[in-house]
Design a protein around this ligand. Structure first.
Ligand SMILES: Nc1ncnc2c1ncn2[C@@H]1O[C@H](COP(=O)(O)OP(=O)(O)OP(=O)(O)O)[C@@H](O)[C@H]1O
Ligand SMILES: [Mg+2]
Length: 502
């Protein structure tokens, strides 16, 4: 086989935002018929590189060739026109329009009399979905589609535009196992058609399952490009971090104290049933189960975001009012939801404001709030979490995933909680930051904080938790002490139907 000409070639591309150098020297060469993984720690510059390719940002320097021709995109419309499609973690479809209208946005086929030919459009959408091997009703509105389906629609759109380069920036972060498999099947068939794909992920199992080539970035710079068959996880990690990674799951034994959280008989019709749960001071309780088992739903009800039909929640022996997050915060609960972009962080605010928002009421009691007061309250936590001080003035939208998670944790710690509920604490976070988050949780437990941790990663649950509570179809099917919590025991309970369906 001869070496194919590259579809995409970037050399020494740089991009700064004011004083922030997001990309120092990014290089990437992607061939046709290949799936090329792009890996690196949070903040390595992966998304910035992708945004240059997409025409979101204009590079400051370096060369950018597409199909052998030098290009310089000033808008996303220009990159689309040139055959580039970028699929983000959370696609932005028009919710009111149908699936088909979203695919053919702005280029609907016209029938006689210049009316849009809907039949032709639906038929074409069906053909696209058939080709991708997926079942989505082309007439339904985009509103209410799962993120996985929305991504497929973006891909269908890309194919209908005959994109030769598809870039997927952390597409699997919000997908379940089955959805990831379907996306991978689609990606492989596009590769086999001779298209070029770029795939960004923090999950090594996915990189090794899907990609044939991998490029590593660190601190905004190109590090190396390797064939997947010639490398392994240890080598990639070493290239990514350029230093020793701290131990993952460093749960240290803590003195277990009084019961902090007590949940009794919590039920919500059709979602979870008769859930009993206890978390004591200094204890990390892992809530395990398959996607859809009701773990996040239970957490949201305990914190009062969602209602429940029966049961009770109390903190340190005092009942907490249902469906009242403020009451939950007053009682000493903190809650870091799974979708931190949407629920945990006010995205349009500087970091300092995010952190201070949670403690604002406390400061406000003493009188007026000034920015310097806010910064004083925030700074100790921020430095504790190694959020760079320059990051304090940065808007949350431009922060990398790992820094966002640390800021959310900082915000809550400043409220002095007794119980922390944290849903998927390290999803979308690189391996170095992941170890830091684990160390932090372990330390906090050591200081007497009770932690209820939801995680889909079994090693994380088994490594961090003092006790594991397993949910299956909304019911508790097992409660295992650290010594008894083997992968087999947890998986068995997670897949064991508690009662035959009525
Ligand atoms: N618009 C912007 N303004 C200021 N700084 C930015 C902007 N976009 C990105 N940055 C900064 O540039 C650096 C690289 O960010 P980028 O999003 O490219 O990283 P990444 O490799 O995609 O990280 P992650 O894995 O967390 O998604 C980060 O320090 C980030 O905060
Ligand atoms: Mg990114």
């Amino acid at each position: 086989m001869t070496t194919a000409a590259p579809v995409l070639e970037l050399r020494d591309v740089s991009k700064s935002f004011g004083p922030v150098v997001a990309l120092r020297s990014g290089s990437l060469r992607v061939e046709a018929g290949s799936i090329h993984a792009l890996v690196g720690e949070n903040g390595a510059g992966k998304s910035t590189l992708v945004k240059v390719v997409a025409g979101v940002h204009r590079r400051d320097a370096g060369t950018f060739d597409l199909g052998g021709e030098p290009v310089d995109f000033g808008s996303t419309a220009e990159s689309k026109q040139a055959g580039v499609a970028v699929i983000y973690q959370e696609p932005t479809l028009f919710p009111d329009l149908s699936v088909t209208e979203n695919i053919f946005m702005g280029r609907q086929p016209l029938a006689r009399g210049r009316r849009i030919d809907r039949h032709a459009m639906y038929a074409e959408a069906e053909r696209l979905f058939d080709r991708l091997g997926v079942r989505i009703d082309p007439r339904r509105p985009a509103e209410g589609l799962s993120i996985a389906d929305q991504q497929i629609i973006e891909i269908a759109k890309a194919i209908s535009l005959d994109a030769r380069l598809l870039v997927m920036d952390e597409p699997t972060a919000a997908l379940s196992g089955v959805e990831v498999e379907r996306l991978f099947a689609v990606a492989r068939s596009l590769r086999d058609e001779g298209r070029a794909l770029v795939f960004i992920s923090h999950r090594f199992d996915e990189v090794f399952a899907l990609a044939d080539t991998v490029t590593v970035m660190r601190d905004g710079e190109y590090v190396d490009t390797l064939r997947i068959d010639d490398t392994d996880v240890d080598q990639l990690v070493a290239l990514m971090v350029g230093r020793e990674v701290g131990e993952l799951f460093p749960k240290t034994p803590a003195t277990i104290g009084e019961t902090v959280l007590e949940v009794r008989g919590l039920s919500r019709a059709g979602v979870f049933h008769d859930v009993d749960l206890e978390v004591r001071a200094g204890e990390i309780v892992g809530l395990a189960g398959l996607v859809g088992a009701g773990r996040s739903e239970v957490a949201r009800a305990v914190f009062g975001v969602d209602a429940y039909d029966a049961g009770s929640v109390s903190v340190s022996g005092k009942p907490v009012r249902a469906k009242d997050p403020r009451a939950a915060i007053r009682a000493g609960m903190a809650f870091i939801p799974e979708d931190r972009r949407k629920q945990g962080l006010v995205i349009d605010s500087s970091v300092a404001r995010n952190v201070a928002g949670a403690i604002r009421r406390g400061i406000a009691r003493a009188g007026l709030i000034t920015t310097s007061m806010e910064n004083r309250a925030t700074a100790p936590w921020a430095s504790r979490l190694e959020v760079k001080t320059s990051a304090l003035d940065m808007h949350a939208t431009t922060m990398s995933g790992g820094n966002q998670q640390k800021v959310v944790i900082a915000k809550w710690l400043a409220t002095g909680p007794k119980l922390l509920i944290i849903d998927e604490p390290t999803r979308g976070i690189d391996i170095g930051t992941k170890a830091e988050v684990h160390r932090l949780l372990s330390e906090l437990a050591g200081q007497g904080l009770g932690i209820l941790m939801i995680s889909s990663e079994l090693p994380e649950v088994l490594g961090m938790a003092d006790r594991v509570v397993v949910l299956c179809e909304g019911r508790v099917t097992a409660e295992l002490g650290r010594a008894d919590a083997t992968p087999e025991a947890v998986m068995h309970a997670a897949t064991h139907h508690p009662e035959p369906a009525a």
